[in-house]
Every structure is written in C-alpha cells, then in structure tokens.
Design a protein around this ligand. Structure first.
Ligand SMILES: Cc1ncc(COP(=O)(O)O)c(C=O)c1O
Length: 426
C-alpha cells in the first residue's frame, strides 16, 4: 500500500497490523546491534597467518636487509610503500606510512594546521577567530567529531548522486578565506554508498579557493572494498591535480583496517612530493616512525597488489550475502509504501536508509524498544543534527549472517510504524 495518499481508514487498518507485528517482536526480548561498521570475526580471521609470519630475527629484514625492529625508515618500509602507492595511484615519494589508524593521521594533520599551519598558510588556522570546514552530509560521524572537538565550524553540503554539491562548494570556497578544508569519502561514501563521478573529482582537482591553504581531506577508506567484480571506480584525484597544478591541496588516506585488522593495520597518506616531505619533517619531531614490524608483516602477507585484491574478494564473499539479505528485506518490507529511499551500494560498509522525513528518531526509538540498536540518528550530520530527521545508517558487516535479514525486517517494521504514527498524527 502506498502510504502517502492512502485513506485514513486504510492507514488505520495497516497501523493495527504493523503495531501487532511490532508488539510480537518486542515480546521476543531481542538484543541485536547493527550500529557500527566493524568487520566481523571471520573477516579478522582471514589474515590469521599474518600473526606469525615473522618468526626469527632473520625474518625481520626487509628487501634491503634493513632490520625493521630498529629505528629508521621513518616514512615506512619501501616495499610496502611501493605496493600501496600503486593501489592509491601515486608515486613512491608521494606516500607516507602511518600507524594503525588513518583517522588518527587526519586528526594530527588538522591539529598541525591549527597549531603551525601548512606551508602555504599565512598564519596557523588556530590564530583565526573562526575557521570553517565543508562537510558533505550524510557523512562520516568521526570526521564531524574532529571538527567539533577542535572548534572548527561546519558547513553542511548536500550529497547528490554524483557526490557533494560542487556548485555550492565552488562558490563557498571562492568567497570565504576562512573555509580551510573539506571532508570527502569519494568511493562508497560513508554512509550513502555513492561514488563520486569523474566530473566531481575533476572539479575538486580544479578548485580555486580563496584560502591559499585550503585542503581536501580525501578519505579513500573504501578504495578497494568492492562487493562485486563489477564495481565502482573513482578517478585518481592526484593525477587530476597534477594536471591543474593543485597537488598540494590534496591529502588522501587509506588503511588496512578493513583489509587485515581493524585494530592492528597500517595506514597511508598520499599527497604531493612536497607535502610528503613536509609531513616527514613535521613527524620527525613527533616520533621516529611507525610500527615497521607490522608493516613488514603486512608486506609478507600481501606479497603484491594482486594479494590485496585477493584478500578483498574474501571479505566481499563474507559481506555480500549480508548486504543482499538486508536489501531484499528492505525491498519486501517497504514494498510500495513510498516511505523509504535507499540504494544498493556496490561496496563499502553501509546502506543509507532515508525514511519518511520526521520519523528517523522515532524509528530508532521503536527499534531500541524491541532490542535492535541502530547508529544514533543525526550521527551522519554535522553537530549530530539531521535537519530532515530522515537518515538511518545501516551497518550490516558485524551482524551474524543468519540475523541480517531479521534485523532488516525489524527495521522496516519500525520505520513503517513510525510513518503510520506520523501520517495518522498518533
Ligand atoms: C570513512 C572512514 N574513514 C576512516 C575510518 C577509520 O579508518 P581507520 O581505521 O584507518 O582509522 C572509517 C571507519 O569506519 C571510515 O568509515
């Protein structure tokens, strides 16, 4: 039944049915969680052999015979840098190897911007009364959390099927010198699942911001996280920026958090040679380089670029059935009600569900009441406020395969009940 123009009588009948189903589910006393995009245990087990791959001191020598247990090679071991430079589409001098969290790297870079400024900065960002970041939304809650924590004002940019609204971005950055950065998740965006179009990437690489030290934080967290052989591709922004002479404006990031271990991977930042030299110098004061033993473990495990893609296929085989179960339930549960919008992403970790505007919080609360935890409503927007109260981030990765369909079904029951309550003004 199409809820949006159904008669009051029909809606009341439907309400009684859906409420009964909701009551029945509540009586089961469930405890299920679909709130965070973590890998599940089988995924973590995939790289089991990596844990014991270095057995003797002799094993700890890299391709040049360098003992990775010691200080040195602050930008990372060359063979792993080469491997991930190839994955990220940059040169060997355009990549830096960090610790186990790319988010940590993003945070540190922004703190550096605040405290000392970037090479092009007239003064550190922290010396301005206010600086601003553009935040395409729905987006990644932790990006917004970094801005909020550091007192950076956030300007919401709508997400379109092609990526963030570039007309709005071009206009804003050209006019306001205090706009210093933008967050982007260009492939299988968290949570919308969309991949930026080629035109969007080219427009990013051609931006002419008023602030000379404007930076694009290109978080390529899902660069190799395809669910299908036929998958999305995102244009190489570093190559595009070389054509426009704007390579220093871009920092891109990825990590092996969802390739090997979320709590024990390796992260990478790619940028111009100049920027990588600047990062290397700055970080030489912060520490003497990151965990090279873990870098070598990763290198021995992957062996080469094909090794990375082979692992990703195994992840896809674990994740795909859960995504497909959720989507099947959504298709069945929402049917032709007209109250839900979502796309089937070809990769990444999320499905973004837009319910009837004004009912996301209520859907979340109804789910909570029956024992289903979902990501907090608003988390996908700056300041935790979803202006339309419509977006729910669905994270199928860390639920048991046999639970995925049930949880998705319960979500449809809660969203339908919330919609009926609103339409009936209950
Ligand atoms: C878009 C995005 N960036 C970064 C991260 C975290 O990456 P890392 O584990 O490398 O810090 C996540 C994790 O969910 C993410 O979704």
């Amino acid at each position: 039944m199409y809820y949006l123009d159904a008669s009051k009588e029909a809606l009341n009948e439907e309400y009684a049915l859906v409420k009964k189903e909701w009551d029945d589910v509540k009586a089961k006393g469930l405890s299920l969680d679909m709130s965070r995009g973590k890998p599940e245990k089988r995924q973590l087990d995939l790289c089991g052999e990596m844990m014991t791959i270095l057995k003797t001191p002799e094993d700890c020598k890299n391709e040049n015979g360098f003992d990775v247990r010691n200080y040195g090679l602050p930008t990372g071991i060359p063979e792993l840098k080469r491997l991930f430079a190839a994955v990220m589409g940059v040169g060997e001098k355009e990549i830096f190897t960090g610790g186990n969290s790319s988010l940590n790297f993003m945070y540190n870079l922004i703190v550096d911007g605040m405290a000392i400024g970037f090479p092009e900065s007239e003064k550190p960002w922290g010396k301005y009364d206010k600086i601003r970041f553009l935040c395409p939304a729905p987006g990644y809650d932790r990006h917004f959390g970094i801005c909020q924590h550091l007192g950076i004002e956030m300007i919401t940019i709508p997400m379109l099927p092609t990526g963030p609204d570039m007309n709005m971005i071009e206009k804003l950055v050209s006019e306001d010198e205090t706009i210093k950065g933008i967050w982007c998740v260009p492939k299988y965006s968290n949570p919308t699942g969309i991949t930026f179009s080629d035109e969007t990437v080219r427009r990013f690489a051609s931006l002419s911001p008023k602030a000379k030290d404007f930076k694009i934080f290109w978080d390529n967290a899902y660069l190799v996280h395809d669910l299908y052989d036929e998958h999305d591709r995102v244009l190489n922004i570093h190559e595009e920026a070389k054509k426009t002479g704007k390579g220093n404006m871009i920092f891109s990031f990825m990590s092996t958090s969802k390739i090997t271990l979320a709590g024990g991977g390796v992260c990478f930042v790619a940028s111009s040679e100049e920027n990588i030299a600047w990062i290397t110098k700055t970080l030489s004061l912060e520490g003497l380089g990151y965990d090279k033993v873990n870098q070598l473990r990763h290198m021995r495990y992957f062996k080469n670029v094909e090794g990375v893609y082979a692992v990703m296929k195994k992840h896809a085989d674990i994740l795909r059935p859960k995504f497909e179960s959720v989507l099947k339930e959504f298709n069945q549960g929402f049917g032709d009600t007209g109250i839900a919008r979502y796309i089937a992403p070809k990769g990444g970790y999320f499905i973004s569900l837009n319910v009837l505007p004004g009912t996301a919080k209520r859907t979340w609360a109804l789910a909570k009441e029956i024992g289903v935890t979902l990501t907090n409503v608003g988390a996908t927007f700056p300041y935790g406020i979803d202006p339309q109260d419509e977006n729910l981030r669905i994270a199928p990765s860390n639920v048991l395969p046999e639970d995925a369909a049930d949880i998705a079904h319960y979500v449809t029951v809660c969203a339908r009940l919330a919609a009926l309550e609103k339409l009936l003004e209950k």
